[in-house]
Write a protein that binds this ligand. Structure first.
Ligand SMILES: Cc1ncc(COP(=O)(O)O)c(C=O)c1O
Length: 382
């Protein structure tokens, strides 16, 4: 192979969509979270692919992400999950739905001067502590919305802070308390005569193992891409859930192979020394390609079906592998799998690096990485 490449498997994406759909009661809708360029996989391709595969709606973080999806032909509802910053007139003209968190955000929509009434989702902060009206403010905000001539209530929603942790299954955990606050807020609105067309709360984890949180619509992201946040989150999966398939594979070419003697050091800082005479392969992938620098001396790669360690510090454009176990058989141009269904998993690597798979995946759209879309398992060349 010639250059570091992310291969995105649309068949795996459809498979994961099916796994998630199978968890839902009939009638529950699925909003695919396509934030951050579809978690680094390429929203301009995945949006239309998911629409063809039956996703009911799309969630993005920013107005620009919503407009990009429309520009690439997505016609189903798109919700900006994040705060309203700029481009309001354009997104409303593109029939994008917006999140309202307080009277200031409602006023911003009203003064944007859109021709049609904006469809807004009222966000309640039930315990995430990030964005949203406090439960006790929700009624006043919903009543202001009911009076508004420029906006109408399309949904009420919240976001769970611990759904991918064992907390989610505890009767007195934060997740249970969040859901109680959410349900109490919905009940207050309905008692006051406010019609709530949709309620939604569930991310991937809650979609997979918390049916109580499904309400009318779920908003999975990570699971669609075939991942779990951490190995601990993966362990929570009920046995009947079929395995998710990682959609992306990150591969890079070997660019140099050499023999080194016991005691030779590799890379900046000489943090790794060969414990024996061995062979080192240099790979054209570095932290400027989105592969984490922290992976030096901690991660593995798959070469010719064998797991080998990343040795020494990861550089800006290159990293090194100890391929002593494959001595003599690694050649220039050979493809090395750094992340993927057959190689190291994002959750396992993330756990080693003290992060979550989300962070590794959202780096997959680094500008120097080539991206190839396939439908079914990709043949490895080189
Ligand atoms: C508001 C909101 N909903 C849904 C999601 C999807 O979460 P996940 O990728 O864990 O499924 C996210 C992602 O962080 C989010 O911020």
């Amino acid at each position: 192979m010639e250059e570091p490449t992310v291969t995105v498997d649309l068949a795996a994406l459809r498979h994961n969509l099916g796994v998630l759909r199978d968890r839902l009661r009939p009638g529950v809708r699925l909003m695919a979270a396509l934030k951050a360029d579809a978690y680094g996989h390429g929203a301009e391709v995945l949006g239309p692919a998911l629409e063809r595969a039956g996703a009911d709606a799309f969630g993005v973080a920013t107005a620009a992400e919503a407009l990009a999806l429309r520009a690439h032909g997505v016609t189903r509802p798109i919700l900006v999950l994040g705060p309203l910053r700029g481009c309001l007139r354009e997104v409303l003209a593109a029939d994008v739905e917006l999140t309202v968190t307080d009277t200031a955000s409602l006023t911003a929509i009203e003064t944007a001067g859109a021709a049609a009434s904006a469809r807004v989702h009222l966000k309640v902060d039930t315990g995430m502590g990030r964005l949203g009206a406090a439960p006790e403010q929700a009624l006043a905000l919903a009543q202001a919305l009911a009076r508004s001539r420029s906006a109408e209530l399309a949904a009420v929603w919240t976001h769970l802070a611990c759904a991918d942790e064992p907390d989610a299954l505890l009767p007195d955990g934060l997740t249970a308390r969040q859901l109680e606050r959410f349900e109490a807020t919905l009940a207050t609105l309905r008692r006051a005569g406010i019609e709530v067309p949709l309620a939604h709360a569930a991310n991937s984890a809650a979609t997979l193992w918390l049916p109580r949180a499904h309400y009318d619509l779920v908003r999975p992201g990570l699971a669609l891409y075939g991942h779990h946040a951490t190995p601990a989150a993966q362990a929570l999966l009920p046995a009947e859930v079929r395995a998710l398939r990682p959609v992306a594979t990150l591969r890079a070419p070997v660019t140099f192979v050499k023999r080194v003697a016991r005691g030779a050091s590799v890379s900046y800082g000489a943090t790794w020394r060969a414990p024996r005479d061995t062979e080192i392969a240099t790979v054209r992938l570095g932290y400027a390609d989105g592969y984490p620098r922290a992976a030096g001396n901690r991660a593995e790669a798959l070469v010719h079906g064998v797991r080998v360690p990343v040795v020494g510090r990861v550089c800006m454009d290159q990293l090194m592998l100890d391929v002593g176990a494959l001595a003599g058989s690694v050649a220039l141009g050979d493809a090395v799998t750094m992340l993927g269904p057959d190689g190291p998993s994002a959750a396992a690597l993330a756990a080693r690096l003290g992060t979550v798979s989300y962070e590794l995946l959202t780096n997959l759209n680094a500008p120097r990485l080539a991206r190839v879309y396939v439908d079914g398992p990709a043949a490895v060349s080189g």
